[in-house]
Structure formats: structure tokens, C-alpha cells
Design a protein around this ligand. Structure first.
Ligand code: TYD
Length: 205
């Protein structure tokens, strides 16, 4: 029986997830909740190796290979990290989960919804987060906020049209799961976004 809560953060690159994730972690800890913070692709030793392959800008990859690697990493992550933590009563916050595959591999790369849905059912039996916070920003704002110091990874190198398709696929997911996914307008200043996140979390805990 799972007892902890599973929260995921989503958004296009540059949406500001990392900053808000750090805030949420300390907010929950302050309430005495034990929290495990993790990310995708990655989150396990094998998953982190898969992540390195996926983000390596020198590798080109078929979109289906990309989707399979995302779900291979996710399968390990759920089995070895997420479910065990939830069963111990801990809360898990993951920087991205399956919605990112619908957005990036579906919207961005053009794989069909059915393909991703098949993989989701096969590998996860439709295991879903309890809450997903989707940080919605315009492609332009996301682009401005992406860290320009580090070298762009294989996704960050994509053109604006790619990120518009990713964003609209995320918005489709928001419409598909109005109960689970909460959208925050992240074009607003950081403080405002934090307030919205605080409101969502306060009604949830
Ligand atoms: P990201 O959290 O943006 O890493 P960082 O903040 O360190 O750059 O995630 C890495 C990339 O992986 C991101 O561009 C989106 C992509 N991604 C997918 O394409 N599909 C997925 O299912 C997941 C989880 C991530």
C-alpha cells in the first residue's frame, strides 16, 4: 500500500522548475515530511547513464530510440526509487516524469500519442503522479532563461518550433488530466510563481 505522495514538475526548458523544486523541498521538510528529490531521465545509477546518452549533443538518435530510452530509465526509476520511497511513507518530487514524454517525444519529435501511450501502459501500468505542477512559459521566455553558461544539450539545441510543439503537447496533457495537473503561469516574476505554488501545495498537503 503506498502512503507517501508523488509530485512531479514539468515545463519546457527554462520554465524555472529547478528553483521551485528546491523551494518545495524545503517547504515540505519544514512541515516534517520526509522528501526524496529525484529527476528524469535519471534518478538511478542506470538511469543516469541513460540520461548521459540521451543528452549527449554528439549523438543522433531515432525518435523511437529516444522514447524507448526514456521509458527504460523511467521503469528503473519507478521500481527502485519512487515506489520504495512511497511505501516507506516518504514523499517523492521528480523533476519531470511521463508527461515529458508526451510533450517532447510526442509533440516535439512527432511520435504518435498511441505509441507513447502503449509504452506507458506496458512499462508503468498507467502509474501516475498524485500531483503534477506544469510551469507554463512562452518559448521566448524559456529561451532567455536557459542557462547560457553550460553547453546546450541535445534538447536545448532544438529550434523554437520544437519547443512550441512541446509546449502545446504539455497543454494537451493539462486538458487531459485537469484533476492531476495544475498549471502555473511562469511568465510572471519568480515571487508570484512561488505564491501560486504555495497555494497549490497548501491545499494538497
Ligand atoms: P532537464 O530537466 O531539462 O535537465 P536540465 O535542467 O539539467 O537541462 O531534462 C533534460 C531533458 O530531457 C529536457 O530537455 C527534456 C528531456 N526529456 C524528454 O525529452 N522526455 C522525457 O520523458 C523526459 C523525462 C525528459
Amino acid at each position: 500500500m503506498k502512503t507517501g505522495k508523488f509530485i512531479t514538475f514539468e515545463g519546457i526548458d527554462g520554465a524555472g522548475k529547478s528553483t521551485h523544486l528546491a523551494w518545495l523541498e524545503s517547504f515540505l521538510r519544514g512541515k516534517g515530511i520526509e522528501v526524496v528529490v529525484t529527476r528524469e531521465p535519471g534518478g538511478t545509477p542506470l538511469g543516469e547513464n541513460i540520461r548521459a546518452l540521451l543528452l549527449d549533443g554528439r549523438e543522433s538518435m531515432h525518435p523511437e530510440t529516444e522514447a524507448l530510452l526514456m521509458f527504460a530509465s523511467r521503469r528503473e526509476h519507478v521500481e527502485r526509487v519512487i515506489l520504495p520511497a512511497l511505501e516507506r511513507g516518504q514523499w517523492v518530487i521528480s523533476d519531470r516524469f511521463t508527461d515529458a514524454s508526451y510533450a517532447y517525444q510526442g509533440g516535439g519529435r512527432g511520435l504518435s500519442f498511441e505509441r507513447i501511450n502503449d509504452l506507458e501502459r506496458w512499462t508503468l501500468q498507467n502509474f501516475q503522479p498524485d500531483l503534477t505542477v506544469y510551469f507554463d512559459v512562452s518559448v521566448e521566455t524559456g529561451r532567455q532563461r536557459v542557462n547560457t553558461i553550460k553547453t546546450a544539450d541535445r534538447f536545448e539545441r532544438e529550434k523554437d518550433e520544437f519547443f512550441s510543439r512541446v509546449r502545446s503537447a504539455y497543454l494537451d496533457q493539462v486538458r487531459r488530466f485537469p484533476q492531476r495537473i495544475r498549471l502555473i503561469d511562469s511568465n510572471q516574476p519568480l515571487e508570484k510563481v512561488k505564491e501560486s505554488l504555495h497555494d497549490i501545495i497548501s491545499t494538497f498537503c
